[in-house]
Design a protein around this ligand. Sequence first.
Ligand code: ACO
Length: 324
Amino acid sequence: SAFSRITGTGSYLPPRRVTNADLAAELATRGLETSDEWIVERTGIRARHFAAPDVCSSDLGAEAARRAIDAAGLQPQDIDLIIVATSTPDMVFPSTAAILQHKLGIAGCPVFDVQAVCSGFVYALTVADAMIRTGTAHKALVIGAEVFSRILDFNDRTTCVLFGDGAGAVVLEASDTPGILATDLHADGKHVGILCVPGTVSGGQVLGDPTLKMDGQAVFKLAVGVLEDAARATLAKAGLQDTDIDWLIPHQANIRIMTSTARKLKLPMDKVVVTVDQHGNTSAASIPLALDHAVRAGQVQKGQKLMLEGVGGGFTWGAVLLTF
Ligand code: ACO
């Protein structure tokens, strides 16, 4: 087959929902002040979900994957490739994809993780598309799964209010009709320091700080510019215009990045899928979570043109333009 196409979507949020008010009360016990008003105005976030301490990315990802496999009308044993995008893996090794494969009750197919932080899902989808078009795989599971609550510093109010846990998944199948139309990936490692979790495991202990550090304003400025460039690059490759986009499904980091990107692409906000208000920033999980919510809400319809866009630590960024 010449193409790959999404045939099913699924997502899963851990049950514990934490509102801004809940978080403000928790931070107050640490002597830190924040408020629903501040968080909503600066980020658009109203609530996020946090996984229980014994729940890992592979648990959230496996549940999202089961739902995507169901939606595609397949069985787990039909899957012949699993790629998990995550920056919060269950273990240093093996991959979260290997753990998740076993949780789905299957064995044999290739599995691996992709680490591109908030761009992870568009990276993973691009890799799966390439593997399908070369005949290496036919029915791939592409999953974004994160438990960012594990790497947050709850003594830093400038970052801990921004992130949440969750997972989203798609089944990507070989197809004779076009699904994925164009992809565009980039990175620039000189920006490592503006968004990172600098700690690592060494000599039987954690060396360095294992919590998220971010220069929010530097991230904001970089993000808006590169998202416009990546979207325009995929449109040019596919021979399409910005007016051809039915839905923009951007990484859900912050409503202000999303409105700025939409404005640059001359898209009205009613063509932008927004879930950041209810999910917070779930990193690699945010795009497939938003896609699945929009599909199940009846917003995204078969045959529509979708622009998926990610940006995050690395610095990494990219876009995938597709016919759903
Ligand atoms: N509650 C109350 N006050 C706060 C909080 C909080 N949670 N956090 C910071 N403040 C205070 C600051 O201390 C500062 O106070 P001061 O003026 O007395 O010093 C004031 O609010 C303003 O802080 P700024 O950092 O200047 O606020 P800004 O308007 O830049 O908003 C934010 C911060 C939301 C992080 C913004 O920079 C942003 O959206 N950046 C994009 C980063 C992002 O979304 N990253 C997500 C991860 S990256 C990715 O996924 C691509």
